[in-house]
Design a protein. Structure first.
Length: 180
């Protein structure tokens, strides 16, 4: 697979490593010169320092017909432009981007972006699921507590249970014979 990664920081570094471990061809475009130098020192792949929203920068990356573009900048609009240009002008089949605003997920998908990831949305879903799990556990604990209280109330009405609790009975009652 041939992949373009545009923008990003730690996600870019991690994605490069992950893709290269699978022997994929990777090209990176990033507009942070210092970060480009870091990437070039740590990865043996083409690194282009420039703005991936600019056609002349994309032209210099020689990405015609690549399989996928990952747009990872911190600007939603830039990620949309990068993905749309790559699909339209460079015939890249699949476009994946991150967005900060969860409301942009459906809009970007409607505009032809294959995969749109909102870390804000994913995080909020995980928090909601965790709180739902906590609520469920709390509810189960409450049900168990009510069952215990109901069982204790039922048993306390019998004389045999009262004598056991008060220590006047040395053996547990046989439920078939000893309890009413």
């Amino acid at each position: 697979m041939r992949a373009l990664i545009a923008g990003g920081r730690s996600r870019t570094d991690f994605l490069i490593t992950s893709l290269r471990e699978e022997h994929h061809n990777v090209v990176v475009i990033n507009n942070d010169r210092t970060y480009c130098e870091y990437l070039a020192a740590n990865h043996d792949i083409p690194i282009i320092c420039g703005d991936a929203t600019k056609r002349y920068v994309l032209d210099s990356a020689d990405i015609m017909g690549f399989d996928v573009v990952f747009a990872l900048t911190n600007r939603d609009a830039a990620n949309l432009v990068i993905c749309q240009e790559c699909k339209r002008f460079y015939h890249i089949k699949k476009a994946v981007c991150t967005v900060n605003n969860p409301l942009n997920v459906e809009i970007f998908k409607h505009l032809g972006i294959s995969t749109v990831i909102s870390t804000t949305f994913v995080l909020s879903q995980l928090i909601a699921e965790a709180s739902t799990d906590a609520t469920l556990i709390s509810e189960l604990d409450e049900i168990e507590s009510r069952l215990y209280r109901a069982t204790a109330e039922d048993l306390s009405s019998t004389q045999e249970f009262t004598r056991i609790v008060q220590g006047k009975h040395s053996k547990l009652p046989d439920p078939d014979n000893d309890l009413p």
